[in-house]
Design a protein around this ligand. Structure first.
Ligand code: FAD
Length: 234
């Protein structure tokens, strides 16, 4: 299996980076091909702009998604986008590795999503959800938090972590057609004892070893909606 790990932590010795390193080691030992996009180490540019396009369908007014389509078809996307898109399209499994920042992904990872999930290549028109351009690929979030598990659970002060991450889980991964596996969350990691963190790392390895047994999350299916995407009467 081809695995892409998109890693977004500024500190190579961080616990999140240790999780990423464990994933690389275990998947490689199991015979899989692993590619890592270490966004901070790469100095990845997260800012979507006109500079992302070698040609312009409309030079006077920037419609980013339309230019993504035209430049994606013409092979004139900026080289860093083209490189990341090729890694994504070659992957069977994509793991996003990051610390939770403000109930979301770090800005550098949000920018990777904005720029690399190219309209036309990964989604477009009715090519969304179970018809999305990345259909057949599996995706997994592997994240760490400062908050405790009960704070980020249903009924907890912040609510359930998978509700918090809906913009990524549904609005990005499921939307582009990926099969979304249950996230692995290392809660409260900066405040734990070393041995408690070591236990989280082992649990993460177990989660990765059991990927094939995990029940994917459930998302809308296009067949339940009409041409205007209104729900069909049941
Ligand atoms: P680190 O601080 O890097 O690591 C913790 C400890 O683990 C360190 O002592 C490190 O040496 C040690 N360690 C490294 N490797 C290992 C290993 N192999 N085994 C054992 N220990 C090891 N949290 C929330 O809950 N909700 C939020 O909305 C939120 N927003 C944030 C926004 C910002 C801008 C920032 C900076 C933080 C935010 N946080 C939030 C907190 C953040 O999510 C956590 O601080 C982060 O997830 C902790 O993970 P880390 O990898 O950075 O830990």
């Amino acid at each position: 299996m081809n695995i892409l790990i998109v890693h977004a932590h500024p500190e190579p010795a961080s616990f999140t980076s240790a999780m990423k390193n464990a994933a690389v080691a275990d998947f490689t030992a199991a015979g899989h091909s692993v590619v890592v996009s270490d966004l901070y180490a790469m100095g990845f540019n997260p800012v979507a702009s006109a500079a992302d396009f070698g040609t312009r369908g409309n030079a006077d007014y920037l419609n980013y998604a339309l230019e993504q389509r035209g430049n994606g078809d013409a092979g004139t996307l900026a080289p860093d986008i083209a490189t990341e898109l090729a890694k994504l399209l070659a992957a069977d499994l994509v793991i996003f590795s990051f610390p939770l920042y403000w109930f979301s992904v770090p800005a550098i990872l949000k920018g990777w999503i904005d720029r690399v999930l190219v309209s036309g290549k990964t989604y477009g028109g009715r090519r969304i959800y179970d018809q999305g351009g990345l259909k057949g690929k599996r995706a997994l979030l592997a994240l760490t938090t400062g908050g405790r598990d009960y704070m980020l659970s249903e009924g907890g002060i912040h609510g359930d972590i998978e509700d918090i991450l809906k913009p990524v889980l549904q609005g990005t991964l499921a939307y582009t057609g990926m099969t979304v596996l249950p996230s692995f969350v290392g809660f409260h990691v900066p405040y734990l004892k070393q041995e408690e963190r070591a236990a989280i790392l082992e649990n993460f390895r177990g989660h990765l070893a059991r990927l094939d047994q995990l029940q994917p999350l459930s998302f809308p299916k296009l067949g339940d909606f009409d041409a205007q995407m209104k729900p069909l009467a049941k």
